[in-house]
Structures are given as structure tokens and as C-alpha cells.
Design a protein around this ligand. Structure first.
Ligand code: GDP
Length: 177
């Protein structure tokens, strides 16, 4: 009889990037723990958290890395990207500057990550529709021009958080087949 030492078939490393304050830590907490923290920066973020997802009868362990604030010092190290098969570039739909900077993050990925890396752009904080600054159509057009996936989420009420991770994991799984 074979003994399985691990509880998954495939391990995928995902990295979360984007400007400080867009909700990276909360998206990670919402997905892996079902939690939202109104003031998460009072503690230093964990380096990564994991969660298993089933795709095609396979158990995929998503190991999701958070910058833990490194982006504030423009000091994301290449180790952060090493081995990553997927990246979510997150912006805040209520702050256009964070969307303008998505382009900078795309360049950062081109310079530091594997070319086969699957990318998803994520517009977060949709619960704040009344102060929206970035139109969904603009973001969709940008994602299409760059050939990457797109979704809008709210880490606060949980909208689309699970879908975002499932979609990117499926994309990675398909591209690896
Ligand atoms: P990070 O710097 O990108 O990791 O961002 P954080 O996850 O620390 O979030 C920054 C701030 O935005 C915190 O005060 C969060 O409570 C808040 N925040 C994060 N996601 C959402 C969201 O979906 N909706 C709302 N209203 N606030 C959010």
C-alpha cells in the first residue's frame, strides 16, 4: 500500500503584487481564512498562506505569497517571484493611481518572473462603489490588450475572492497540461 505524505497532487505558488493598501493581505486572509481585517497593517503580514482547491479531481495546493509590505520600499526581492506560476496584480477601484501603476507591476513581472507565468488583474474594494474611480470597462480593455485575465473583488464582503483564485488556478492548470 502506498502512503501519501502530502495531502495534494500539485503545488502552485502564486504571488500577490500591487500598490500598498489595495487589499493584498485581506484578499489572502479572506480566501484562506474567511476573515477581513479593517486595520490589517497593525501587524506584519505573514509571508504566505495555503489552501487546497480541487480541479479536475486533482487536489491543488495554492501557496499564496503576500509582499508583507515590501512594495512600500520598492524592494520586492527576486526570491519573491522564484518558482511562481501565477500572479495577481491587485489595484483599488477607488484609487485611480493604483490602477495606473498596474502597468508598472506588469513590467516588474516581465523583468523578474518566468515568462510562462499566468497573470490576473484584480480590481478590489467593489463594496465601495459610491467612490469608484476606475471604470470596469477601462480595466477590462487594459487586460484584453495585455492578454491577461481580469476580475473585480471585495475582500470585505467576500465577493468574487474565491472565484478569482479558482480562475487563476484553472488557468495555470490548463496551461501546464
Ligand atoms: P495591502 O497593503 O495591499 O496588503 O492592503 P491591506 O489588505 O492591508 O488593506 C489596506 C486597507 O484597505 C485596510 O484598511 C483594509 O481593511 C482595507 N481593505 C482591503 N480590502 C478591502 C475591500 O475589499 N473593501 C474595503 N472597503 N476595504 C478594504
Amino acid at each position: 500500500m502506498q502512503h501519501r505524505t502530502e495531502d495534494y497532487d500539485l503545488l502552485y505558488k502564486l504571488v500577490l503584487i500591487g500598490d500598498s493598501g489595495v487589499g493584498k493581505t485581506n484578499i489572502l486572509n479572506q480566501f484562506t481564512r474567511g476573515e477581513f481585517l479593517q486595520d490589517s497593517k497593525t501587524t506584519i503580514g505573514v509571508e504566505f498562506a495555503s489552501k487546497n482547491v480541487t480541479i479536475d479531481d486533482k487536489t491543488i495546493k495554492a501557496q499564496i505569497w503576500d509582499t508583507a509590505g515590501q512594495e512600500r520600499y520598492r524592494a520586492i526581492t527576486s526570491a519573491y517571484y522564484r518558482g511562481a506560476v501565477g500572479a495577481m496584480i491587485i489595484y483599488d477601484i477607488t484609487k485611480s493611481l493604483t490602477f495606473e501603476n498596474v502597468d508598472k507591476w506588469m513590467k516588474e513581472l516581465k523583468e523578474n518572473a518566468d515568462p510562462s507565468l499566468q497573470i490576473m488583474i484584480v480590481g478590489n474594494k467593489t463594496d465601495q462603489k459610491h467612490i469608484r474611480q476606475v471604470a470596469t470597462d477601462c480595466a477590462i480593455a487594459y487586460a484584453q490588450r495585455n492578454g491577461v485575465a481580469f476580475i473585480e473583488t471585495s475582500a470585505k464582503d467576500g465577493t468574487n475572492v474565491e472565484e478569482a483564485f479558482k480562475n487563476i488556478l484553472q488557468q495555470i492548470y490548463k496551461s501546464a497540461k
